[in-house]
Design a protein around this ligand. Sequence first.
Ligand code: SF4
Length: 379
Amino acid sequence: MKPLSIYIHIPFCQKKCYYCDFPSYADKENLIEVYVKALKKEIELYADQAAAYEIQTVFIGGGTPSVLQGQQLEEITSTLYKYYSLSKEVEVSIEANPGLLNIEKLKSYYHSGINRLSMGLQACQDHLLRNLGRIHRYQDFEKNLDEARKVGFNNINVDLMFGLPNQTMGEWHASLKKVVDLQVPHISAYSLIIEEDTPFEAWMEEGKIHKLQEEVELQMYHDVISYLKHQGYLHYEISNFAKPNHLCKHNITYWKNQQYLGFGAAAHSYFHEKRFYNCKEVEVYIRKVTENTKPVENSTLLSVRDEISETMFLGLRMMEGIAIGDFKKRFGESPFEVYGKTLEKLKKQQLIIYNDDHIKLTTKGIDLANMVFQEMLLD
Ligand code: SF4
């Protein structure tokens, strides 16, 4: 059977964080029950198309999936198990926010087959968490982490953010050190992006908050790389670090540009050479699925050149880079044949290196990755 991954979107949050532009809502909790029903229906609607596939990874993201009760998550996962063939080694992740977890929920997640927990900690200093609009405090995280381990979770990720307004280098190091000392096996470290139409954007324009200087932010990024490497973590993707055997299999399917189906409002899919996404409005999503209609809002059939571009810029996010043999097998020609002098130019600029097996970013290329990705777009 061919491999496939599944993403399930839960578009509810208890409160909107000030920097967030993800498709999630803080005032629609009354819809959760009927949304779960619709999700189960949508999962069922795709079962025939996915019959020839074996599910390798499932990722339940959001929003805040941990706003759901354990029973509701069990209903979603059992629908998957009923209609899809799952690999024996399937990785099933859930994103969870500290403060919304408790031992009962965690037990029920674990018993429903969820075997990886991704916790949105962001920082270990309560004043920074407050400034971000997060609902939790640091102690909530430690308590939930302890409970998760007692229940049986050992494949755990923690998200951290750097480049926050007023964040000092010392605070960034302290956050990293705390998470490392707690022996968390996977860390995602992202810099703050000021997104359009968020309170952070408005406050920046009004001069109420200031982004850190670019050099300081870059220093924070370089520090996380050297510190985590020194602590035995593998830097395997631009923003991701893992202890051996704890790499996130689901995200690797994205970076390797492999197929996945997304369920839920605003969920994206890449399936049968098409990229498509569902309508964003929860009410419209529920109505369409209830009427037995797939809630797809937009669908694009990709040309081979589109797929090549995507495979290159997604694959270069991984430190191991693009495996030339795999690329040739998939597209019938090598990246050197497709990109000609572009790769040579990037190599001369010391942004990439390559040999007969792999093409990958250099240290300089990681800092200037967006510039390299731009060059991978084919007309
Ligand atoms: S918890 Fe996550 S999805 Fe929800 S508002 Fe905050 S950043 Fe956005």
